[in-house]
Ligand binder design. Sequence first.
Ligand SMILES: Cc1cc2nc3c(=O)[nH]c(=O)nc-3n(C[C@H](O)[C@H](O)[C@H](O)COP(=O)(O)OP(=O)(O)OC[C@H]3O[C@@H](n4cnc5c(N)ncnc54)[C@H](O)[C@@H]3O)c2cc1C
Length: 386
Amino acid sequence: MNFALTDDEKAVLDTARKFAREVMRPKAAHCDETNTFPKDIIQAAAELGLVNMNIPVELGGAGLSHQAQAIICEELGWGCAGMATSMIANDLALLPILIGGNAEQKERLVKPFTQGFKLTSFALTEPGAGSDVAGLRCTARRDGDFYVVNGQKQWITNGEYADQYSVFCTTDPAQRHKGLMCLVVEGRPQGLTVGRHENKMGQRASNTVTLTFEDVRVPVKNRLGEEGDGFRIAMETLDNSRPTTAMVAVGIARAAMEHALDYSKQRQQFGKPIADFQGIQFMLADMATDIQAARLLCFQSAWMLDNGQRNTLISSYAKRFAADMGMRVTTDAVQVLGGYGYSKEYPVEKLMRDAKLIQIYEGTSQVQRLVIARELLRGSMSPSGF
Ligand SMILES: Cc1cc2nc3c(=O)[nH]c(=O)nc-3n(C[C@H](O)[C@H](O)[C@H](O)COP(=O)(O)OP(=O)(O)OC[C@H]3O[C@@H](n4cnc5c(N)ncnc54)[C@H](O)[C@@H]3O)c2cc1C
């Protein structure tokens, strides 16, 4: 196993670290308080190569390894999880095209993202279909060289600002996963309505909206693969994105641990710093250990992708463990700060609210357990990944 980065990857990591510290962090509390999407910051990140990290060199992208992308995502999560989610949502939405698209589609629908700032959304979830992806109801009816799309998508990150949407729909809801396909919707065609920005608990810097499709005409040439390929494309997309999404939780947790560590050295009770109490020390020790364990699971699942291996099981370990770890560590960080931790004057309560989302999106922690159990029971993958 090799955790070493190339010189180019080290340079991007330094860029991410500096950007998180100098640009994201200073604006994080303001965006959270005002529920504002900082498009200028996302654009600045894109110009530095911190958005669309997964576009291969042959399409004009940086072609970063999955391991490098994961390491960068920790820094972005450390800077501000809401902003990080909007940044990686772009990579998420391009994945179905990279996985299921043909050469012409990649050139036409991915390459423009390397030539100027554009946002795109991954539109899978619906009001009635979240964990049960095969139950989605957004329909696509063939009409000559077009599909006519009708339905609703819910909780779509970047949806208000997107120039393109990777939309999962069905030709026949009764066929469940066999009826799914992915269509790429360009721009804002007639019949596509974007709902209001959601008022969320955390990650409030990320833009989240509903999309309504009413007789939206999408050219057949924008269908990825064949009718019926949508479920496979969606699942492969999520296998790919889990290591980076999980690393956002690692970044949030690291930020919380750093605040707790600093505070514990300053805060005096019973005549000494609370860091002198074993009860506090054990919390800090568990935080650090669990953060590192999550980081290493993410590295292993990213490494598997970089080496052409199916990572479904290990990436679900990573997402499940990192998301639950992020919630636990941020809750403990609030505990270390006591009453001050519960106040909006200190940054840890925001980290706790931000961490919660990672247990929910891109497959809840329960769904990750379903995937893990299914893989174990099938015996199709070694539980260690080796
Ligand atoms: C801020 C935000 C941003 C998002 N961004 C996007 C996006 O860009 N694109 C997109 O497509 N989606 C996005 N999502 C949607 C997200 O992926 C879904 O919310 C998630 O998959 C869960 O679906 P649900 O909310 O419908 O919950 P449900 O599926 O209704 O689940 C409700 C509860 O039941 C549990 N549950 C469900 N089924 C089972 C089962 N079989 N066994 C045990 N427990 C189960 C779940 O774990 C959960 O605890 C986003 C969500 C949020 C909140």
